[in-house]
Design a binder for this molecule. Structure first.
Ligand code: KG4
Ligand code: ZN
Length: 334
């Protein structure tokens, strides 16, 4: 039997406080998430100051419970991993400082994790077969990026949104439709009851060369349409708008996978939980001979299991750790 190596992962970059324990590279022992979404819903978006204070309140209890669920003691922890960017500086500071304090107190190494890389590692928790190289699409509330993954730790940015992230556009359209924040899951549900061809919304950037995205114009098109047709069925607006988002994401991602001669496309991040996106990508992928992989839905939205897995890999395989002087990097990229 190999000696256990427990990594505790801490995520606090936005409005989820999350703690997880992973043994070795990816044996998940526990994963707890406390979502502040309800608290921010009344403001229609995340209020950084409110988020920071709440992370500070919840984190100690999540750490305690995650250790208990993994049936280990604090002293059994071998490595502490915490998100250090990108994200909101206040919320990042809370988890990062807590993690560094823990590592210092226990006398164990510390590793800062890039939240975007964490999303890519979500795939590793669900699927044991797929390993790099692959094309990755990170599609969340804060990011829409195509990343060529030559190996874990070796990334090449292939395309990025030039304005809003896909999830951000979903949340803003949700607001126009009177849906609470975040709106992605509700738009998913409404769209299933609507007609995706009811309104012909634009397919931004789909005809332009390259692999960048743009969703701000599409969001404005929905706003103007609703002003002109205030009685339009919510279900049809949701279905038609989502059809455009799904179509653009699918086309660009599959094209990029082909262009970079990859066989697999891995789709991660909160929007990867979308049932319409999952279905369309799988169908179109099959036609093009590309295998499209999605992590389990619970690992798509923000969680700490992916942070612990990314941290464990960097430490155990790439032999890395960070000094305790590591600061938060709100604009960190891959
Ligand atoms: O990855 P995530 O939890 O946080 C960020 O790193 O941004 O992604 C949150 C985003 C939100 O915009 C939310 O509306 C969207 O993911 N989302 C969805 C679904 N579930 C969450 N979007 C579409 N369909 C869903 N089922
Ligand atoms: Zn995220």
């Amino acid at each position: 039997m190999t000696t256990p190596f427990y990594t505790i992962g801490i995520e606090s970059s936005c409005d989820e406080t999350a703690v997880a324990v992973v043994n070795g590279e990816r044996e998940l022992m526990s994963s707890l998430i406390y979502s502040q979404a309800q608290m921010h819903a009344r403001y229609g978006g995340v209020v950084p100051e409110v988020a920071s204070r709440d992370h500070l309140r919840k984190l100690p209890y999540l750490v305690r419970d995650a250790l208990a669920e993994a049936t280990i003691d604090m002293e059994d922890v071998s490595l502490v991993a915490a998100t250090y960017g990108p994200g909101l500086v206040g919320p990042l500071l809370v988890g990062l400082s807590y993690g560094k304090g823990m590592a210092f107190g226990l006398g164990v190494p510390f590793i800062g994790v890039n939240h975007l890389e964490g999303h890519i590692f979500a795939q590793r928790l669900s699927d044991t077969e797929i390993e790099p190289p692959f094309m990755g699409l990170i599609v969340s509330g804060g990011h829409t990026s195509l990343v060529d993954v030559a190996s874990y730790g070796e990334y090449q940015l292939v395309g990025i949104t030039v304005d809003d992230a896909a999830g951000e556009a979903l949340d803003k359209v949700g607001k126009m439709l009177g849906i609470g924040y975040p709106a992605g899951a509700e738009i998913d549900r409404l769209a299933s009851q609507g007609n995706p061809t009811a309104i012909n919304f634009p397919r931004p950037m789909s005809a332009s060369p390259g692999f960048d995205f743009s969703f701000a114009g599409l969001k404005t098109a929905v706003l103007y349409h609703l002003r002109k047709h205030p009685r339009e069925r919510k279900e049809d607006v949701a279905a038609s708008f989502l059809a455009s988002v799904v179509s653009v994401l699918t086309k660009k991602s599959l094209d990029a996978t082909k262009r970079y001669h990859r066989e697999n496309l891995v789709v991660v991040g909160g929007v990867a939980a979308n049932s319409h996106l999952r279905e369309r990508m799988q169908t179109d992928g099959k036609q093009k001979g590309i295998h499209v992989i999605f992590p389990a839905i619970k690992y798509c939205t923000d969680n700490a299991a992916m942070i612990a897995a990314a941290g464990a890999y960097h430490h155990l395989v790439l032999r890395e750790s960070h000094p305790l002087s590591l600061g938060p990097q709100p604009s960190l990229s891959l």
